[in-house]
Ligand binder design. Structure first.
Ligand code: DX5
Ligand code: ZN
Length: 220
């Protein structure tokens, strides 16, 4: 099953309620929420207060992508705000395994993300302990960038490694994804597709979301 997770970063922040309902009505089950701290990445977005406010607008699955240093300091805040899945960056944790355990202690799904320059092999020892692996297809920090082609091979390597060992895990990809390149990622083994600009800036988000669920093939 392929899930599409529109990234709220590309929405019009003056009308968040309308924007969220637009992508929900267009068929998205997940909402991807990019939290940036101005330290791990050179950009600042929003925090738990905003997530808690938009929790009232929708029952979509809140897929919270924490681009913050030492995220263990804030996990409880994001749990209380209404997250469903919390993903932390491998590069931002002193001890990724202990952060995974912390997230699971709240009965929450845990993901670990790697930036484009981090070898995918760093995720291997963690795979049996996490619900989702996030392969960044751009440098984290900003929406609207172009996908870095070399990241596609990391998805294949991870998917093959997990499959050969019978590890059942979601593989999420994030950054620069659109209807034209999503097929490459789905063929490589990704099943949770994050897209910001391609969905929120589209005239017909439903067509883009349906195409992404079909691995890039437009059916309507
Ligand atoms: C980048 C974020 C992405 C970003 C995706 O650091 O993690 O989720 O919002 O936006 P697009 O799809 O526009 O590249
Ligand atoms: Zn993201």
């Amino acid at each position: 099953m392929i899930y599409v997770a529109p990234s709220l970063l590309a929405a019009d922040f003056s009308t968040l309620d309308t924007e969220i309902k637009k992508v929900e009505a267009a068929g998205a089950k997940y909402l991807h929420l990019d939290v940036m701290d101005g330290a791990f990445v050179p950009n600042i977005t929003f925090g738990p207060e905003l997530i808690s406010s938009i929790r009232k607008c929708t029952n979509m699955i809140f897929d919270v992508h924490l681009m913050i240093k030492r995220p263990e300091r804030y996990i409880d805040r994001f749990v209380k705000a209404g997250a469903d899945i919390i993903t932390v960056h491998y590069e931002a944790c002193e001890n990724p395994m202990s952060v995974i355990h912390l997230i699971h202690s709240y009965e929450m799904k845990a993901g670990v993300a790697i930036s484009p320059n981090t070898p995918v092999e760093h995720l291997f020892p963690l795979l049996e302990h996490i619900d989702m692996a996030l392969i960044m297809t751009v440098e984290p920090g900003f929406g609207g960038q172009s996908l870095i082609p070399s990241t596609v091979d990391k998805v294949s390597t991870l998917s093959k490694y997990a499959h050969e060992r019978g590890i059942d895990i979601d593989i999420e990809v994030d950054g620069g994804i659109n209807e034209n390149n999503v097929g490459l990622l789905v063929s490589a083994g990704a099943n949770v597709i994050v897209a910001g600009s391609a969905i929120f800036k589209a005239k017909k988000p439903r067509v883009v979301i349906s195409a992404m669920k079909n691995g890039g093939i437009i059916t309507s």
